[in-house]
Ligand binder design. Structure first.
Ligand SMILES: Nc1ncnc2c1ncn2[C@@H]1O[C@H](COP(=O)(O)OP(=O)(O)O)[C@@H](O)[C@H]1O
Ligand SMILES: [Mg+2]
Length: 355
């Protein structure tokens, strides 16, 4: 099967307006390598159900085709001002789970999930800098961006490269001493994913299971916000060493953090600790410190929940700029207070993991 062959299949499947997917210009990208086919289809939220149906038809047709071993069909939508709503919590099949499936990442000593109750608290920033700091301390570290809906690793690591393929297995992309995977490496960066349930699990499973991670000391997983399918897949298919919960000092975010903690505790995952991000403002000119949001809430909350407090990261223009420039602050500004905080958090995580 080559790309032209995939396009022929796409011409057989009808989109929401009755035209085939190619004629209706609903195909964003097609790639074929080594028997692995990736197709990205474009959809609007209003047509999501119909496009999911079309996506399944494409998947089925391609699965049956000669020379095709793996198929991923993703639905993309152009980024809107408002973030896509989180997927429905725990679907009906949550209880029994994918029985009999093998575990992923069995060659990794410790898999650490970085999570938060809501988006925008700096979870990806923490995940990236934690991973890089762990790699700087000489560990072999991987980083998975499990946020299918809004991948951020390509931007934060400045990576714009498709993973290589060897014998139908993806080769994770190297960056700053890490090896990384993100859906953002597979589909155009300017689009947000609007996959649902089974598709999210399929995509995440590919990143976990059909990627040559090698033997790693630590795998950091940047979780999507909330308590959806990715959390479920991960807790069922991976032996998590624990979770790091990221929170901002505002009370409302703390309530969300508590939700994040509860979610992991429910599935028997240990909380390695809580990070307070955007904890205080550090003036870039005078170095003075301002506790804008009333710093210390996360620490108090961690104590109340009986989980370790891993550290406070200042709100620093450099952190944002570094993230947007694709140069994590622990690399770009190693002497900054933020970098020091991330290194201390990494040490705390190592301690919580037992050395
Ligand atoms: N400590 C910080 N200081 C300044 N900006 C930050 C800090 N932490 C995160 N940001 C910025 O806030 C935005 C959201 O962070 P991100 O890590 O993407 O959050 P999440 O993954 O929780 O959605 C990004 O633009 C990021 O650069
Ligand atoms: Mg994120």
């Amino acid at each position: 099967m080559d790309e032209a062959g995939v396009v022929r299949v796409l011409r057989q499947v009808r989109g929401p307006d009755g035209r085939d997917l190619v004629a209706a210009k609903l195909v964003d990208s097609v790639s074929v390598a080594d028997g692995t086919v990736h197709v990205a289809l474009r959809t609007e939220r209003a047509h999501l159900a119909a496009m999911e149906q079309a996506g399944r038809q494409v998947e089925e047709a391609l699965r049956g085709a000669a020379g095709v071993r793996h198929v991923t069909v993703v639905l993309t939508s152009h980024k809107q001002a408002a973030p896509a709503p989180a997927p429905a919590p725990a679907p009906a099949h949550a209880g029994h789970g994918p029985a009999g499936h093998e575990k992923f990442l069995t060659d990794v000593k410790s898999v650490v999930a970085v999570a938060s109750g809501k988006g925008g608290v700096g979870k990806s920033t923490v995940a990236v800098n934690l991973a890089v700091a762990l790699a700087q301390s000489g560990r072999r570290v991987g980083l998975i961006d499990a946020d299918i809906y809004g991948p951020s690793l390509p931007r934060m690591l400045g990576v714009n490269q498709k993973p290589g393929l060897r014998d139908q297995i993806m080769i994770p992309v190297p960056a700053f001493g890490l090896v990384c995977m993100s859906m953002g490496f597979l589909v155009p960066e300017t689009q947000a994913m609007v996959w649902r349930g089974p598709m999210v699990m399929g995509a995440l499973s590919q990143m976990l299971g059909q990627t040559d991670w090698g033997a790693l000391d630590v795998m950091v997983v940047d979780m999507p916000p909330g308590t959806g399918d990715a959390q479920l897949t991960l807790s069922q298919r991976v032996d998590l060493a624990g979770a790091v919960i990221v929170s901002t000092p505002q009370d409302i975010a703390l309530l969300d953090a508590r939700r994040g903690v509860t979610m992991f505790e429910k599935v028997g995952v240990r909380i390695l600790g809580v990070v307070e991000n955007m904890s205080y403002f550090q003036c870039p000119h005078c170095g003075g410190r301002t506790d804008i949001f009333g710093h210390g809430g996360a620490q108090a909350e961690a104590a109340k929940m009986g989980v370790p407090f891993l550290g406070a990261v200042p709100l620093l223009a450099d952190v944002r700029a570094a993230g947007d420039a694709g140069l994590p602050v622990v690399i770009g500004a190693p002497a900054s207070a933020a970098a020091a905080a991330f290194r201390a958090i990494a040490e705390g995580v190592v301690r919580a993991l037992g050395g």
